[in-house]
Write a protein that binds this ligand. Structure first.
Ligand SMILES: *[C@@H]1O[C@H](CO)[C@@H](O)[C@H](O)[C@H]1NC(C)=O
Ligand SMILES: *[C@@H]1O[C@H](CO)[C@@H](O)[C@H](O)[C@H]1NC(C)=O
Length: 512
């Protein structure tokens, strides 16, 4: 364990001499080339490098945030650099850059790893600060208070000097989580006492909620991680680009409070804190800026633009529970609603187009309310296309898909066993998580819980083979007895190349 004292000195004071090359164009981000890269990386202990292309949209979005982070990290002597891969092809090949932007953390030219934080100013600063510290710093009476302020969350282990086992467990845990949290330890019994904890204990200090959470359970990785995750999640946090993936990964239902002003969000957060406390570990509650992310409301089956609003989403099942928007957002009433949802007493809302009275074409039209009946609760092999009305690839597929469906619907014995269906996934809720359009899945009879996603080319022939191979009944739609046209798409060359899909770019949670 190294002492963190010299590092704090460099964090707080020393700014390294800035060479002319480094301050080009008034930017704190250093532009490097094949000729300058190695020398620069060698002469700095820790560097964050961005490999980019000038035309790349995500790179442009990162630009100002990267610049801001560079300015903040300059004071800590952690340089941020960038390499234009359209000019420095060889350099980018050396570091196996295969997408833009690629961010890598360098400790000398031979030691680098992918940057693991969010592409936001604060995240970059916090992540790189952690990288600059040892996995476990040492705290003393003198530097404890200062250490607590180094990040939003810091974790300190109080371990007796002769307790080798606890020291080892805590150190191992810190090593495994060093990208995510700032760690320190102390074996000073008096310091532990002054902090009101016994040895061994782990204390998580945070700049929100109750400021401090103590763990004195078993020092097992899994148990410590559970404590750290729960204690580091704010009771009522703010949902935004930096926190979105963390909340999604938590695997808990997420309750959204949409409000338009910061004052409103703050006052809702205060009102809902006791409720969040009561349901800690069962549900996460967040506030959300309705001015920026209001469009997300419609994904939760809320009426957009009617704020404040409240909804719960079971992220793992994509089940939605919007709260009646004609009612006032009273914490007590909403608290009851939250409890009922957590207790499984509320039916999820299902967005659905009306169920068609008759099926007109060969392709069966499925909607949110008929999904269970037509796709799941039956003894047929069901091929289902998830499409979006605006998706060009879906439009191109439509005539072939009709043709495919006719192969089965025109033959009575096939029709009994195979359904070719489609659903507009923008207008209907489906339990499946869909990441591109069109998505085509086969739900085999007798095994509907394990649908097979189609990844081949979008030719009628290949789709027929897919249904035959993966369906329970092994029906070959092109077999004798069917009436297929000899020209056109049905006989188009088959290829194993996966077809492209279109991202659901109109969904606001993409931007979160
Ligand atoms: C933990 O063990 C390491 C290595 O033996 C030692 O340097 C460090 O001071 C110990 N930490 C505590 C808090 O006792
Ligand atoms: C195929 O279609 C033609 C014309 O559409 C029809 O006359 C013929 O009977 C059909 N054959 C079968 C086997 O269904």
């Amino acid at each position: 364990m190294r002492s963190f004292a010299p590092l704090v000195l460099s964090l707080l004071g020393a700014t390294a001499a800035v060479s002319a090359a480094e301050s080009a164009e008034d930017s704190n981000v250093v532009t490097l080339t094949q000729d300058t890269f190695n020398d620069f990386i060698k002469s700095h202990d820790l560097v964050l490098a961005e490999f980019f292309a000038p035309w790349c949209g995500h790179c442009k979005a990162l630009g100002p945030k990267y610049e801001e982070a560079a300015t903040e990290l300059k004071a800590k002597d952690i340089p941020l650099v960038k390499v234009d891969c359209t000019l420095e092809e060889e350099l980018c090949r050396t570091y196996e850059v295969d997408g833009y932007p690629t961010l890598k953390v360098f400790r000398g030219p031979d030691s680098h790893k992918p940057y693991g934080g969010a592409r936001q100013t604060d995240s970059i600063v916090s992540y790189m600060t952690k990288q600059s510290m040892p996995a476990v710093s040492t705290v003393t009476e003198e530097n404890l208070e200062e250490f607590k302020t180094l990040d939003k969350i810091v974790i300190i282990g109080y371990v007796a000097s002769d307790d080798k086992a606890s020291n080892k467990s805590f150190t191992a845990f810190a090593e495994s989580q060093r990208d995510n949290y700032l760690f320190a330890a102390s074996n000073d019994a008096a310091l532990a006492k002054a902090e009101g904890v016994k040895q061994p204990s782990i204390v998580l200090y945070k700049d929100f909620d109750e400021k401090k959470a103590v763990y004195d359970g078993k020092l097992e990785d899994e148990d410590i991680l559970k404590f750290v995750k729960s204690a580091s999640t704010p009771l009522v946090g703010e949902l935004g680009p930096e926190t979105y993936s963390q909340y999604m990964a938590a695997g808990l239902p997420l309750a959204y409070i949409f409000a338009e002003t910061a004052e409103e969000r703050e006052s809702f957060a205060a009102e809902f804190r006791p409720i969040a406390e009561k349901h800690r570990g069962d549900i996460n509650i967040v506030t959300l800026d309705a001015k920026l992310f209001g469009a997300h409301a419609s994904n939760l089956n809320l009426e957009p633009e009617k704020f404040p609003a409240f909804a719960i989403q079971e992220t793992t099942k994509n089940a939605k529970y919007p709260y009646d928007q004609t009612k006032k957002l009273d914490a007590k009433e909403v608290g009851k609603f939250i409890k009922d949802v957590v207790d499984g007493k509320v039916e999820p809302s299902i967005k659905s187009e009306p169920v068609p009275e008759t099926q007109e074409g060969p392709v069966t039209v499925v909607v949110g309310r008929s999904y269970q009946e037509l796709v799941i609760d039956n003894e047929k092999d069901v091929l289902l296309e998830f499409y979006a009305p605006w998706c060009g690839h879906c439009k191109a597929l439509a005539p072939k898909y009709d043709e495919l469906a006719a192969l089965y619907s025109d033959v009575a014995e096939f029709k009994e066993k195979v359904t070719i269906a489609k659903i507009d996934a923008t207008a209907n809720d489906v339990p499946d998580s869909i990441t591109g359009f069109p998505t085509i899945k086969l739900y085999p009879a007798g095994d509907k819980g394990a649908p097979v996603e189609y990844e081949g080319s979008r030719s009628v022939e290949d789709l027929v083979s897919f249904v035959k191979e993966n369906g329970k009944y092994k029906i070959d739609g092109l077999a004798e007895g069917t009436n297929k046209s000899e020209d056109g798409d049905a006989s188009s060359a088959s290829s194993t190349k996966a077809a492209e899909t279109e991202a659901p770019s109109d969904e606001s949670h993409d931007e979160l």
